[in-house]
Ligand binder design. Structure first.
Ligand code: AKB
Length: 313
């Protein structure tokens, strides 16, 4: 099936792999990658690219009209750790970019939107284990507040204006093609690079900090499958809980040690510890399974094997 897709924030950790996956599915010329900066050679050479500021409504509108875009994936955002350093910049980027695409859909200039939320919508008063879809939230980080507000706005635009917006709450994402930037769960990617390069890693979270995580292939599959789902089956238009595995730093270290026996890890927790402590240890994603058949494929062992194989090259 042919359709015209715009990815905003295509050069980041998720955007890079999403662009490649969508180009494989719909054809390179149908998927327009865009970002405020250019991305990897493989992304730039695999199809059309536009330099685009996600906070500039007119610029997005021009690209949408030029390519007759039907679907927008808005992947541009400032993540949790950086957002604590630049609260107003984070708020402006995360909220204005969302309003831009919601308003384009409200004006019927695009038909469907994907917008990512995060486990950061939960806060210190949320039940920590097997966190339900609907529960007390009260996020205590700038990033979490922006994602929680974004969820409310998505649901509002769906109910009030019929905007077809779809969303999942990503856990920490582990990938080898592109490094993450500015998140609290980034340690779970850095650790593989350091294990191969230096055989040791100093973790910025302490032992026992168990967080929900997911391998990128699962995240991309979830993203494409919620966008492919029949809209009538999607009962949640804020954002779906999404889960695959949960682990603490010492558990990922152990899984790496099974492949690199002399790998050592030490702990030097910094300001990101407080962010991690405010998030759930595991989330319940049964609504995603019920409504659009979500099922993860990667556990920690499979993820470690894939990461080390691919990073070794
Ligand atoms: C972060 O750590 O900020 C992100 C997230 C969990 O949304 N990876």
């Amino acid at each position: 099936m042919q359709k015209s897709i715009l990815i905003i924030g295509a050069c980041g950790q998720i955007g890079t792999e999403l662009t490649i996956a969508l180009r494989e599915k719909y054809g390179a010329e149908s998927v327009i990658a865009s970002d405020i900066r250019e991305g990897s050679e493989s992304l730039m050479s695999s199809g059309p690219f536009e330099l685009l500021d996600a906070t500039n409504y007119e610029a997005i509108e021009d690209v949408v009209m030029h390519y007759e875009i039907e679907e927008v994936y808005l992947m541009a955002a400032m993540l949790s750790a950086t957002a604590e350093k630049f609260p107003m910049r984070a708020w402006n980027l995360n909220m204005n970019s969302l309003f831009n695409v919601l308003n384009l859909a409200k004006e019927k200039k695009v038909a469907k939107i994907f917008w990512p939320s995060s486990i950061a919508v939960f806060g210190p008063n949320t039940p920590k284990d097997n966190t339900p879809q609907h529960t007390l939230m009260e996020p205590s980080t700038v990033y979490g507040i922006s994602k929680q507000s974004g969820e409310r706005w998505c649901e509002y635009y769906f109910k009030k204006f019929g905007v077809d917006v779809r969303s999942v709450r990503y856990p920490g994402l582990i990938s080898w093609k592109t490094l993450p930037g500015g998140g609290t769960t980034d340690y779970a990617v850095e650790i593989y690079h350091k294990a191969l390069e230096e055989k040791n890693y100093t973790c910025f979270l302490t032992k026992g900090t168990k967080l929900p995580m997911m391998f990128m292939d699962d995240a991309i599959r979830a993203t494409i499958s919620i966008m492919d789902a029949d809209g009538d089956t999607l009962k949640i238009r804020s954002s779906y809980n999404l889960a695959a595995m949960s682990f603490a730093p010492e558990e990922i270290a152990k899984s790496i040690k099974a492949h690199i026996p002399d790998f050592e890890m030490s702990y030097e927790p910094d300001f990101r510890q407080a962010i991690a402590d405010s998030w759930p240890s595991s989330v319940n994603d049964s609504k995603a399974t019920e409504d659009w058949d979500w099922k993860p494929e990667f556990n920690l062992e499979k993820t470690t094997k894939k990461m080390l194989e691919n990073l070794k090259g």
